[in-house]
Ligand binder design. Structure first.
Ligand code: HEM
Length: 555
């Protein structure tokens, strides 16, 4: 007898004996009351009344609450939601994830919608929320919308974080956005040499010496090196080398992911209650990160108050210092600063790691490309073997490969997620009420044959060739945003960290290619793309990668 059978047998036998007992009582009552000529239904009611009288008040209250709650849930699911709240009442058509496919794999549903409703918004239900999807052709209309009309942060708070204001900027958001997209982007050049060293150290720590092939877990290794290489630019030393900080940074997205998973299976009415518990570990970790960050922030506040004799301040380029220099008078608040730094850290770590994860899986399959990228790297290295302290735009082939990887391994199937802050009329479909969740079919943009000839083909130098056209020299870069590739979102709420992320990935790819040979264990192929409940890319966390330290012969 296996352990499951051993566990279920006592449960089944106790249920059977309970049923036998009840049936026996029912029969006794039936016989006793036979002269009264009662119907079966009347006997059941008598029996129920007897059971009710014998039940303790606490159990009675519990039963009533459970019964009322279940009725309310049924009413909400089958009457209130579909007939009074659903977008169906506005005539927006609904699609369901395709049968037989994983419920979070929205690709087949998006392909069906592209044929069925190419010029009409439609909706699908995810986690009790209805998401209106605008077809790819309407991307221009969505990307233009500002935060006052359609908010990304409201979407993240409501849909992604179960109502917790964990992550995400609020009214003072513009400071983090401005700082990350300008000052932090500019800092990547001067920070380059130290970030290269940190990246190399992080790889060494994660992989070890590896004179022979060494097998590591691809996802966790990538997450580890991305967290370390990002931290030096976001919080600076010594915190960026503190194992407690790095561990907490790596764990936060995992805990948020658990919160998303648990709450997405709950009915709409229960979600706020369940979210209170399911996101609680992430909230606690957020508090812990704030606790670890506080001394660094306090030190930075002291640093900025130091003025040298010549009137200048000490040169500091971490995000903390850059934010301090940007806050408007009266805006500087330690809590806000801590929140902004954790937001940037959270937004940057899993996104950068997952993007790099896919790039590595593409590289491992293409030894010729690896050699091509190595030659390009050799051509820009300084005499001491380091990369130049620049934005690394010199690495045009690598940049093209990164953009193609982002196109093919799309991070999100659905882009430009927003919640309408006021009633809004697009050029198609009905007027949508305030509070409607909207997004764009991003997958069919990334796979559009008119934008990308042979879209199913991985053409690493696709964008490198495009940039050779006159007038296109500075376009089609990995960090470029625009409606033809929504890796970074677009419009006024576009990702402000794209230059920083691009630089992090280039540094890490360079260190990997220059210092290691890469291969998959025998029999491993490119991992399948899996999806989070919101349709964003969830890497296969079991995939292994083999690395071996390269021995480069001196010429
Ligand atoms: C490869 C890495 C990254 C990817 C793929 C990525 C992608 C995105 C996307 C798609 C959005 C939504 C934009 C929209 O809907 O228009 C976004 C928002 C954002 N990203 Fe990134 N991002 C990356 C790295 C970073 C980094 C390194 C930072 C910070 C240094 C950052 C900070 C933010 C912030 C602050 C927001 C706005 C959301 C909020 O305020 O909470 N991201 N990102």
């Amino acid at each position: 007898m296996n352990s499951t059978t051993a566990m279920t047998t006592p449960i089944i036998s106790s249920l059977t004996s309970y049923y036998d007992n009840l049936a026996e009582q029912f029969q006794v009552i039936q016989e006793a009351l036979a002269p009264l000529n009662l119907t079966k239904w009347q006997i059941v009611r008598l029996l129920a009344a007897q059971v009710w009288r014998d039940t303790s008040p606490l159990l009675r209250t519990t039963l009533l609450v459970v019964l009322a709650g279940s009725l309310l849930l049924l009413l909400d699911t089958y009457v209130i939601q579909p007939y009074f709240l659903s977008l169906r009442r506005l005539g927006v058509p609904e699609l369901k994830p395709i049968n037989g496919r994983h419920p979070f794999d929205y690709k087949p549903m998006l392909d069906e919608a592209a044929k069925k409703y190419p010029n009409q918004p439609w909706f699908f239900t995810y986690s009790g929320f209805e998401l209106v999807v605008l077809p790819s052709a309407y991307v221009e209309e969505v990307r233009r919308l500002g935060t006052q009309t359609a908010s990304l942060v409201d979407f993240l708070t409501t849909v992604q974080f179960g109502g917790w204001k964990l992550i995400g900027t609020d009214d003072s958001s513009s400071t983090l956005h401005k700082t990350a997209s300008t000052d932090l982007a500019r800092s990547v050049g001067p920070l380059g040499p130290v970030r290269q060293q940190v990246a190399l150290d992080a790889l060494q720590a994660a992989v070890g010496d590896a004179p022979q092939w060494k097998t590591v877990n691809l996802f966790w290794t990538v997450l580890e090196v991305v967290a370390a290489t990002g931290a030096i630019g976001l919080v600076g030393e010594p915190l960026s080398r503190d194992p407690r900080w790095l561990r907490a940074v790596r764990t936060l997205p995992i805990l948020v992911g658990i919160g998303v998973y648990i709450s997405c299976f709950m009915p709409r009415l229960l979600r706020p209650l369940v979210a209170t518990f399911s996101y609680a570990p992430a909230w606690l970790l957020h508090k812990y990160l704030a606790h670890l960050l506080r001394p660094t922030v306090e030190q930075a506040l002291k640093d900025v108050s130091v003025t040298r004799k010549d009137g200048s301040s000490p040169e500091k380029t971490t995000l903390i210092h850059l934010l301090l220099a940007r806050y408007k008078p009266g805006e500087l608040d330690k809590t806000q600063l801590i929140k902004d730094v954790i937001t940037a850290t959270f937004e940057s770590t899993p996104t950068t790691a997952v993007s790099l994860y896919w790039m590595i899986t593409e590289l491992v399959l293409r030894p010729d490309l690896v050699e091509d990228l190595r030659s390009e790297l050799q051509s820009v290295l300084l005499p001491d073997g380091t990369l130049p302290p620049s934005q690394l735009t010199e690495l045009a082939k690598m940049d093209s490969f990164m953009r193609e990887s982002a196109r093919v391994n799309t991070f999100h199937y659905l882009g430009l997620n927003r919640i309408l802050q006021q009633d809004f009329q697009f050029s198609v479909g009905p007027r949508l009420p305030k509070g409607t969740i909207i997004c764009v079919d991003q997958d069919n943009i990334h796979n559009s044959a008119s934008l990308y000839p042979d879209p199913e083909e991985f053409d690493a130098l696709r964008f490198y060739q495009k940039r050779k056209q006159r007038g296109h020299e500075t376009r089609h870069q990995y960090a470029s945003n625009g409606p033809e590739l929504l890796t970074w979102g677009d419009g006024p709420q576009v990702c402000p960290g794209r230059m920083f992320a691009t630089n992090t990935i280039k540094i890490l790819l360079a260190q990997l290619l220059l210092n290691y040979d890469l291969q998959f264990p025998a029999g491993t192929y490119k991992p399948e793309r899996r999806s989070f409940p919101n349709g964003s890319s969830q890497p296969d966390m079991d995939v292994k990668l083999m690395l071996r330290k390269r021995v480069v012969e001196e010429k």
